[in-house]
Design a protein around this ligand. Structure first.
Ligand code: PXG
Length: 437
C-alpha cells in the first residue's frame, strides 16, 4: 500500500505518524507464527494482544465460525434467544469457580468492565443499599477504555486526555516494588500489607458508600505485576466484612494464562463476586467478552414482577451467534488439548528462560507466572520507554513479536508454544537487548 492509502485509518493506541512512515503489517497467521507482508515468519510471543491462547487459525474454530455464519448470521438478543448463547454460558459455567453461576455476554473487555460496574451498582440498589455507589480501583490498573474502565483504572496516560471521569472513585496503591521484590519467581513475598490500604479507604468514605473493588489479580497491561503472597486473600476478607463486592478483571489472566486453571481466581484460590473476561474466550477470533456473576448477585435481581426486565443493560451483539460458536469451539479446544495443564507444565521451563535474562543488557527485574513474564529495563536517561520500544522494533525485524509498555517487556505466548520456541523467544529478546543502547 502507498503511504497515502494508510491515512484514513486512525490507529488505536498507536503513534500514527511514526507507524505510517515504517509500517509493520501482518497478513496471515497459523499456529505460533504470523506472516508479515514481506513474507517473513514472525514468532508470536504475545498471543496477538494476549488473546490467541490456543495458537492461530485453529481449524476447529475456523470451521465452527464458517458454519455458524452460514446458518444463523445474527439473532436479536433482547426478549429473544438462540441455543448457542445458552450453550456458551453453560460451557463457561463449567470452567468457573462456585458460586459464579451466571454469565452476561459483551463484546470486549472494556464492555465487560463497564457491565460489571453497572451490575455492582444495580445489585446494591436492588437490595435497598442505593447509597453504595463508590467504586475502588488500583493505581496502574487497566480495565479497558470505557468511562467506567478509565475511571477505576490507574494508568495515568490513559486518563489524562479525558477530564470527565466517574465521580466517587478511589484507588488502592499498586503493589510494584523492585527494591523489595526484584527477580521474584511467581508471587512476591513482600506487599500483602498493601491490601490494608483498603481498610483506610473504607474508613474514610464509610463502608456503606462503597459498591465494589475491582482489580486485575495479576496486573497485565501495566507490565506484569503479580499479587504479593496473601494480598488477594486480604482484599477478599476486607470486602466480605464490609459487604463490598470484589471484581476480578481476568481479561488477561483468564483461560489458562497463569497455568493449571482456567482463571486466576482458582489459581490463587480467592473467589471474587464477579469475573470479567474477553480475549481468550474466543481465542481472539471473534470479539466477545463476558461477566460471570455469583448466584447471590443474580438472585438479587430475580425478585418481584416476573414480567419486568431485571437489568436494563445489554448490547446489540450480546451473545452474538458467531461469537458464541467461536467461544464453544475454543472452550472445546482448551479441554481436548488439556492446555491449562500444559501451561502449568511448561511454566518452569518458561520461568528458567525468563530469569536467564537477568544477565542481559539493561534488565533490572524479571517476574513471571504460568506463561507470562515481565522484563523491566532501566529507562534511558531522559527518554523513558525508548529502550523497550527499540527492543520491540529490533525483535520484529528479527522475526519475533513482543509487547512493550513503558520500559517493560511483556511476553505471553500462546499456550501451545514448544520448549524450543520458548528458547527462541527469549534468545530473540536477549539478542535485541544486546544491540539497544
Ligand atoms: N481489562 C483488562 C485487564 C485488560 O487487560 C481490558 C480490560 C479491555 O479489553 P478490550 O477488549 O476492551 O481491549 C483489557 C485489555 C497490552 C494490551 O498490550 C492489553 C489489553 C488490550 C490491548 C493491549 O497490554 N488489555
Amino acid at each position: 500500500m502507498r503511504s497515502n492509502d494508510l491515512a484514513p485509518y486512525w490507529m488505536p493506541f498507536t503513534a500514527n505518524r511514526q507507524f505510517k512512515k515504517a509500517p509493520r503489517m501482518l497478513v496471515s497467521a497459523e499456529g505460533m507464527y504470523y506472516r508479515a507482508d514481506d513474507d517473513r515468519q514472525i514468532l508470536d510471543g504475545t498471543s496477538g494482544l494476549w488473546c490467541v491462547n490456543l495458537g492461530h487459525s485453529r481449524p476447529e474454530i475456523v470451521r465452527a465460525v464458517q458454519e455458524q455464519v452460514a446458518t444463523l448470521d445474527y439473532a436479536p438478543s433482547f426478549q429473544m434467544g438462540h441455543p448457542l448463547a445458552f450453550e456458551a454460558a453453560l460451557r463457561l459455567r463449567s470452567l468457573l469457580p462456585d458460586p459464579l453461576g451466571h454469565v452476561f455476554f459483551t463484546n470486549s473487555g472494556s464492555e465487560s468492565v463497564d457491565t460489571a460496574l453497572k451490575i455492582a451498582l444495580a445489585y446494591h440498589r436492588a437490595r435497598g443499599e442505593s447509597m453504595r455507589t463508590r467504586l475502588i480501583g488500583r493505581e496502574r490498573g487497566y480495565h479497558g477504555v470505557g468511562f467506567g474502565g478509565i475511571s477505576v483504572g490507574g494508568i495515568s496516560g490513559n486518563r489524562k486526555q479525558f477530564a470527565a471521569m466517574l465521580p466517587g472513585v478511589d484507588h488502592l496503591p499498586h503493589t510494584h516494588n523492585t527494591k523489595e521484590n526484584a527477580f521474584s519467581r511467581g508471587q512476591p513475598d513482600w506487599g500483602a500489607h498493601l491490601a490494608d490500604e483498603l481498610e483506610r479507604i473504607v474508613a474514610l468514605h464509610d463502608p456503606s458508600t462503597i459498591a465494589a473493588v475491582i482489580v486485575e489479580p495479576m496486573a497485565g497491561s501495566t507490565g506484569v505485576l503479580l499479587p504479593p503472597k496473601g494480598y488477594l486473600e486480604r482484599l477478599r476478607e476486607i470486602c466480605t466484612r464490609h459487604g463490598i463486592l470484589l471484581i476480578f478483571d481476568e481479561v488477561i489472566t483468564g483461560f489458562g494464562r497463569l497455568g493449571g486453571h482456567a482463571f486466576a481466581a482458582q489459581k490463587f484460590n480467592v473467589i471474587p463476586d464477579m469475573i470479567t473476561m474477553a480475549k481468550g474466550l474466543t481465542n481472539g477470533t471473534i470479539p466477545m467478552g463476558a461477566v460471570a456473576a455469583s448466584d447471590a448477585i443474580f438472585d438479587a435481581f430475580m425478585t418481584g414482577d416476573e414480567s419486568a426486565i431485571e437489568l436494563f443493560h445489554g448490547y446489540t451483539y450480546s451473545g452474538h451467534p458467531v461469537a458464541c460458536a467461536a467461544a464453544i469451539a475454543s472452550l472445546d479446544l482448551y479441554q481436548t488439548d488439556n492446555l491449562f495443564a500444559r501451561a502449568e507444565k511448561l511454566a518452569p521451563v518458561f520461568e528458567t528462560a525468563a530469569h536467564e535474562l537477568r544477565t542481559a543488557n539493561h534488565v533490572i527485574d524479571v517476574r513471571n507466572m504460568g506463561l507470562v513474564a515481565g522484563i523491566e529495563l532501566a529507562p534511558r536517561e531522559g527518554q523513558p520507554g525508548a529502550r523497550a520500544y527499540e527492543t520491540f522494533v529490533r525483535c520484529f525485524e528479527n522475526g519475533t513479536l513482543i509487547r512493550v509498555t513503558g520500559d517493560i517487556i511483556a511476553l505471553s505466548p500462546p499456550l501451545i508454544i514448544t520448549e524450543q520456541q520458548i528458547d527462541e523467544l527469549f534468545a530473540a529478546v536477549r539478542l535485541a537487548l544486546r544491540s539497544v543502547t
